[in-house]
Design a protein around this ligand. Structure first.
Ligand code: G6P
Length: 468
């Protein structure tokens, strides 16, 4: 089936809204949200237009706001906001989504907290979002639901609209059956998803895990090679659609005069002949503490790099209302302070650290300035930072060090692949990356750039939508 024509309305549905809208009615301000989901979908919606339905986390002042055209400065699509009560936010978001499904999907069983009350709230909020979709739905629309927080929405729509066309994309890892089986409401979750026509994942491995869970938990017939689940009256397609980045726009930005100037300033300010960079949303899955341990080992083992090497950690604040995330920030602050206290010399501090989001041109300059990117999450659905870094290296000099537990590794075989739990290995690989001869850097970077350019964001969206 060809991709839905552009004039066919696309309804995107997600928990996190692309913008958090604040301010007085006459002076609305919208700040773009962080995370891979929004980073990928906002440009697509800006290009295609349509409607995005999401939780309106707008704060008390704007609770009356139901619909807004975004981006506010140059509207391209409509955003419908669904307001949640504090109790709903706590059970649905902080609770079931962030304290149960998130750690489960990322293999952190020990961090999972399962509460029946939170599950009930999760059901109610999925129902509330599904009602908003049904309220907006017109036959012919394509409904594209996103991520684990809304896993039950396809079922809730299907019970009311038998013929609706529903595509679901799961943005985080889908864990192996042995891990998923721990979830007390595993059957309900799978059945919620199976009312989609197509279910997409970032990697072949996640799609395979999902099919195995459907087979073992629900006892349904699955055709693994074809990627289908057979139900009584229909078939559900299960596919891998690796998400990409807007490679062309990033490459152009990275090559602009403004960014090049910023790169020169950065190098001067950091006083680094060798710069390694990491960019993460604040999250325990990103392996920041483990990475800092690896930096410490590297500094111990490589005195020749003292006063010449800088590691820059950019950390974007996230989920600050979840207690665990606040505590982790303190641990990271302490660890950086301790390592810097141990190695700094007059005029040289080995670890630099920003706790804020960078504007895109500044981010592109940091990527381009970095000799090495350390993308070492303990587990990650895809990790778009790896692809953004590659897209921002037109001169093909950078080296990507990539965790074997990031979804991106399925495509980026020219990265230096590491086990993020092993600081000795990461430190050794960082040294190898810094010492890598230029022709090898170029060879690897060129192949990765070709892939990132061919499998970009548009390619991803087109592949997802044309599977319908
Ligand atoms: C990840 C998830 C998204 C989520 C984002 C930010 O990328 O896959 O679904 O929106 O993190 O997290 P938040 O809790 O702020 O929505």
């Amino acid at each position: 089936m060809p991709a839905p024509p552009k004039d066919q309305r696309l309804i995107v549905v997600s928990s996190r809204a692309p913008y958090s809208v604040r301010g007085a009615p006459t002076e609305l301000k919208a700040e773009r949200a962080v995370g891979g989901l929004v980073a990928g979908l906002d440009p697509i919606m800006q290009e295609r237009g349509g409607l995005w339905i999401a939780w309106g986390d707008t704060g008390g002042d704007r609770r009356g706001l139901r619909r807004v055209e975004v981006p506010i400065e140059a509207p391209r699509y409509a955003l419908r906001l669904v307001h949640l009560t504090d109790k709903e936010v706590s059970g649905f978001y902080s609770g079931l989504s962030n304290n149960a499904l998130w750690p489960l999907a990322h293999y952190f069983i020990g961090r999972c907290k399962f509460s029946t009350e939170e599950w009930e709230t999760f059901l109610q909020v999925n129902q509330k979002i599904a009602r908003a979709v049904l309220d907006e739905y017109r036959p012919g629309d394509v409904i594209w639901v996103h991520d684990y927080q809304l896993a039950l929405v396809p079922h809730m729509i299907r019970t009311r609209r038998k013929r609706a066309r529903i595509l679901f994309f799961w943005h985080v890892p889908f864990p192996a059956r042995e891990v998923f089986a721990v979830f007390p409401w595993r059957a309900e979750l799978l059945l919620g998803l199976l009312d989609s026509n197509v279910i997409g994942f970032h990697t072949v491995e996640y799609a395979r895990n999902f099919l195995q869970c459907v087979n073992k938990v629900l006892g349904l017939k699955v055709l693994r090679k074809k990627g289908t689940v057979r139900l009584e009256d229909r078939r559900v397609k299960v596919r891998a659609f690796p998400m990409g980045v807007d490679a062309e726009a990033l490459a152009q930005l990275a090559d602009s005069a403004e960014v090049k100037q910023h790169v020169r300033e950065l190098r001067r300010q950091l006083r680094a002949r060798h710069l390694a960079l990491a960019v993460d949303r604040l999250d325990y899955t990103k392996g920041v503490l483990e990475r800092l341990e690896a930096i410490e080992v590297f500094l111990e083992q490589n005195p020749a790099y003292h006063e010449r090497f800088v590691f820059l950690q950019v950390m974007v604040p996230s989920r600050t209302r979840v207690g665990e995330y606040r505590r982790m920030k303190e641990d990271i602050d302490r660890s950086i302070g301790r390592i810097n206290g141990r190695f700094s010399r007059s005029g040289w501090v080995p670890i630099h650290y920003y706790f804020r989001m960078l504007a895109l041109p500044s981010l592109a300059a940091h990527y381009r300035a970095a000799d090495v990117a350390l993308v070492t999450p303990l587990r990650d659905g895809m990790n778009l930072v790896a692809k953004e870094y590659v897209a921002c290296h037109p001169e093909e000099r950078g080296v990507l060090v990539l965790s074997e537990f990031a979804g991106a590794v399925e495509e980026m075989s020219d990265a230096l692949v590491v086990n993020p739990y092993n600081p000795q290995e990461v430190a050794k690989t960082l040294a190898a990356a810094l010492e890598m001869p230029l022709p090898e850097k170029r060879r690897r970077m060129r192949r990765m750039r070709e892939l990132v350019a061919a499998h970009d964001l548009r390619h991803w969206a087109q592949a997802c939508l044309s599977s319908m």
